[in-house]
Design a protein around this ligand. Structure first.
Ligand SMILES: *[C@@H]1O[C@H](CO)[C@@H](O)[C@H](O)[C@H]1NC(C)=O
Ligand SMILES: *[C@@H]1O[C@H](CO)[C@@H](O)[C@H](O)[C@H]1NC(C)=O
Ligand SMILES: *[C@@H]1O[C@H](CO)[C@@H](O)[C@H](O)[C@H]1NC(C)=O
Ligand SMILES: [Cu+2]
Length: 248
């Protein structure tokens, strides 16, 4: 009994810590195709994972980091998923490609846009988003307005690492009709021990394996913190499975 009680307390603490978020890319709140990120303005603590799901049918979008002052241009050192295309023939129940960003710095806003310009620039249509945007000053609403008034849309170079957030695997899976015009490259965080680390290793393998072969330097403190949170999420899933209940 005492064992079960401590497990429950630990589980609740882990759920509060993780704050994982899902953002749909190319679809609206009803699941209909749209030039939008849904939701487009989210809050996430350091260590949280933002899962971008490319589920607009059809769709061909990017998740690219920009700056408040230049909404439709790549931020130096920013992340970019590259173009991920979902064909019109895709079934609504398909396992859509995802791109997982771990927030490493929640103290500053993270701005992003879609760089697709064909047949018309998605960023100018307001396809932008934010993580931890402030409620006053440089708000999400002001960012959308700036994007719609932007002079140009500049395509970025795909990259896993960003400023204040990073991915540990390329978007995927790129199977059954899904395609990526380019697969992100860049520095992967050092592999951490434990089940969460081996999980992300196999994920990058299935996404055509690119990106996983680049040199990985020693992990920084924030990367370790992120890995710890991922491990806790895995543990929550394990506990949920063991108890036969859904916790999230
Ligand atoms: C997706 O968009 C990019 C950029 O416009 C393009 O190069 C690529 O061919 C498109 N992919 C598909 C499958 O249409
Ligand atoms: C965006 O989200 C932040 C919280 O991260 C909130 O304070 C702000 O009011 C939101 N802005 C809009 C326009 O919804
Ligand atoms: C993103 O995270 C989800 C949930 O853990 C996982 O199922 C998916 O495979 C991940 N995607 C990639 C590309 O690693
Ligand atoms: Cu788009």
């Amino acid at each position: 009994m005492r064992y079960a009680a401590s497990l429950t307390a630990l589980t609740l603490a882990s759920v509060a810590l993780a704050q994982d978020v899902t953002i749909h890319v190319g679809s609206d709140a009803n699941g209909a195709q749209a030039l939008a990120f849904t939701p487009a303005n989210v809050t996430a603590s350091a260590g949280s994972v933002i899962t971008f799901v490319f589920d607009g049918i059809p769709g061909n979008h990017t998740v690219a980091q920009s700056a408040f002052a230049k909404p439709c241009e790549p931020l130096a050192g920013g992340f970019d998923s590259g173009y991920i295309a979902v064909p019109a023939t895709t079934d609504k129940t398909a396992s859509f490609p995802t791109f997982n960003l771990t927030v490493t710095d929640a103290s500053k806003p993270i701005w992003f846009y879609c760089a697709q310009q064909n047949p018309a620039p998605h960023c100018l249509a307001g396809m932008v988003g934010s993580i931890n945007a402030p409620a006053t000053g440089n708000t999400f609403d002001a960012f959308v307005s700036a994007a719609k008034a932007a002079a140009s849309v500049v395509p970025p170079s795909p990259a896993l690492s960003g400023v204040g957030a990073l991915a540990t695997a390329a978007p995927g899976p790129l199977v059954s009709g899904f395609s990526g015009a380019a697969v992100p490259t860049g520095t992967l965080p050092a592999a951490a021990s434990g089940s969460a680390a081996s999980g992300s290793g196999s994920a990058s393998g299935s996404a055509t394996g690119s990106g996983s072969g680049t040199g990985a330097p020693a992990a920084t403190g924030s990367n370790n913190a992120a890995s710890a949170t991922l491990s806790m999420s895995g543990f929550v899933a394990f506990v949920a499975a063991a108890f036969g209940v859904a916790l999230v």
